[in-house]
Design a protein around this ligand. Structure first.
Ligand code: ADP
Ligand code: MG
Length: 329
């Protein structure tokens, strides 16, 4: 009898598994405590390019900083590649590379020196260091031996990514990698992130740009006020954000969906109430109203019900001028 490999190999653990994660920052100097994470559950699969999308103040950096060991969680469990962050912090540290939100590079080291130093910090033996390879992969070869303080914001960001990769972690976490970065550079960073993922690195990135999450990620979790309000494939999520319900109160009892409205996703809610679900980007409201008129029914009242994601969506798409962090200028 042959043993199937699936029978002996255990299921591969999630790249990142988060359950019931809470963080309350204690108020400083008598200020009120702030609940930044209110019980977050997330599971990121090996090989995924996953986006955590949310407006400013949603709790994204708090979650990333907990993964990085920089913020102590209040409650919940976190594991990376099957290693629990409380029981096995060293294994977690070696399984994950973190690129924090703030640009920070030591101005007195060259990129090459910074990478060698980081390799040393992570205990990577000299002969196993990948300094040249990382410099190449992140387009830093030309500036490898110049002082980091002379580098542009984009170069600094790329150096931070290279630093996060010195120990070849299977999981890379990027906190707002393109915040405050101009459009062209954003494209370059996207290409780099895709490339790292294509080569097998699991990637979790946070962003407050809907467009960025849509462009890069296979799955997206939307976080708002410390809670995950949606987690779905990008296609499903975009469809849900676009969906709206029109509630119509009519002047008389209905005996079914009028033929003129049959082509819409219509449902009878009560004797005189109809619900028509439509995609904002595809359906003209006037087409629905024309259909109603053609049916001979009179509308007494109209209202719309927006999806739960509407508030978050509005916050995410409101165009605010990106503020360049001081270090990027
Ligand atoms: P995001 O990265 O999504 O913008 P953050 O995780 O930075 O969100 O912040 C979430 C909430 O926690 C915000 O209300 C923020 O003001 C608060 N917060 C973040 N860091 C601290 C801190 N060190 N002390 C107190 N409150 C904090
Ligand atoms: Mg943040």
């Amino acid at each position: 009898m042959t043993v199937q490999s699936s029978q002996i190999s255990q299921a591969e653990p999630a790249a990142i598994a988060i359950a019931g994660l809470r963080k309350t920052y204690s108020g400083r100097r008598g200020g009120a405590a702030r609940e930044a994470l209110k019980g977050v559950d997330l599971a990121i699969r090996p090989g995924e390019l996953f986006g955590l999308l949310g407006p400013n103040g949603a709790g994204k950096s708090t979650l990333i900083n907990i993964l990085a060991g920089l913020v102590i969680k209040t409650a919940g469990t976190v594991s990376v590649c099957g290693f629990d962050i409380d029981r096995n912090p060293r294994m977690v540290r070696s399984a994950i590379g973190i690129v924090p939100q703030e640009l920070s590079v030591d101005p007195f080291f060259t990129p090459r020196e910074a990478l060698e130093l980081q390799g040393g910090l992570y205990g990577v033996p000299k002969r196993e260091r990948r300094t040249d390879e990382l410099l190449r992969a992140l387009f830093l070869t030309d500036v490898a031996d110049g002082y980091s303080r002379r580098m542009s914001g984009g170069m600094k960001r790329r150096l931070m990514v290279a630093k996060a990769m010195v120990h070849t972690p299977p999981v890379l976490v990027l906190d707002e990698p393109t915040a405050g970065v101009d459009v062209e550079l954003r494209q370059n960073l996207w290409a780099m992130i895709r490339e790292l993922n294509a080569r097998g690195t699991t990637i979790l990135l946070t962003t407050h740009y809907l467009e960025e999450a849509q462009e890069l990620c296979e799955r997206i979790a939307i976080i708002n006020h410390g809670e995950v309000v949606a987690c779905d494939s990008t296609a499903n999520l975009v469809q849900r954000i676009d969906r709206k319900d029109l509630i119509i109160l009519l002047d008389r009892d209905l005996t079914g969906i009028p033929a003129q409205l049959a082509r819409f996703d219509a449902e009878q809610r009560g004797p005189r109430t109809l619900r028509i679900r439509y995609q904002r980007s595809e359906t003209e409201m006037s087409a629905i109203l024309t259909g109603l008129q053609a049916s001979g029914l009179h509308v007494v009242d109209l209202s719309t019900e927006e999806s739960d994601l509407e508030d978050v969506f509005v916050a995410l798409t409101t165009k605010t001028k990106p503020v360049l962090p001081a270090a990027a200028q």
